[in-house]
Design a protein around this ligand. Sequence first.
Ligand code: GAL
Length: 401
Amino acid sequence: MNRFATLPLAALTFAALATASLRPTSAQVVAQTPPMGWNSWNYFATKVDDKGVRAAADEIVASGMKDAGYIYVNIDDSWEGERDANGVLHTNSKFPDMKALADYVHSKGLKIGIYSGPGTKTCGGYAASLGHEEQDAKMYAEWGIDYLKYDLCSFIPDVMMKQAPNDKAAQMRLMHEAYAKMGKALKATGRPIVYSFCQYGWDAVWEWGPALGANSWRTTDDINPQWDRIYAILEQQEGLEKYAGPGHWNDPDMLEVGNGKLTLAENRAHFSMWAMLASPLLAGNDLTNMKPEVKAILTNRAVIALDQDRLGKQASRVYSDGEVEVWTKSLSGGALAVAVLNAGDNRYSTHPFHLDLAKLGLHGTQQGEDLWSGKPVELTENMPLEITKHDVFLVRIASPK
Ligand code: GAL
């Protein structure tokens, strides 16, 4: 990984770049709800290959994930080979024929994504797009690519540090321009391609990313399959809710559901909270060896429906009480989702948490549905809730009062 320590996130305005011409035309409208699919990185990292991507596509269909809404099959870093004398980037030996792979994924009724970056190298040290943006975008379109994750990485030392040493504002301007350049190149292909910024939330990307064509932008550095990291990322989403909406989403990073040593409760809580955040839902596990309980989490349609709600509102944290926090998400038709998360380790039933409905703007008893048991649930003012470590109580109230 080729990144330097966090730069100060200067608030810069780039009115000149925020031109209407960079906004998607109606023919290119994508990501009207948060993109759903799978990405190779979190589990396979550089071990991804053509066979593995085909297997993932097969499994998305066979597992019922496709029917539940998972559509994008995204190849992350390490597909890239060398550029030839004409600047054409070739795939490496793990991906003998990208067009044939894209055709295969499309034949399953799915879409395919790829990865690059604005520097000379990707984070994994493979060839990236600097100086070849139009050429690469054209090639992606010819292959039939539907999604591009564009990762800053070596652009930092290659361009930002070199061209503007000691001038953070100028470095950020270069970064904006680089993202705008690929945005334009993608647009010029005429193919609807989801454009996903991966620059770790620098310089308040949520403020300027959409105008440069971003359909999503990473809000933090990388996720990993550990509760503390997942929770730390969740905390950083607070306050970003106003930037999310149809076509442009905060991205708290890809899912770790089913990875590492996450407990069932942690997998459930992670998935619930990413759905509350209207986050892209990109599974990151080994689908061909998925345990039934992991599949059940990833395909819980009631939870997915929160994420995919057409209003596109991201949840807000309304209040917290020690280690327990309460988030709400407004849904279409006046409905409301409430998530009560026990983020800590040490709260026992001798000291249950009491739900304060008034703090949520609710008046008295509410009828809801517990989205993990699928059963009706009645919420009463000040009701005690015993939520075990790193678990969540997730309720949809169809008609809140
Ligand atoms: C990181 C990125 C990861 C993954 C990786 C590939 O910068 O945040 O999600 O794409 O690079 O090298």
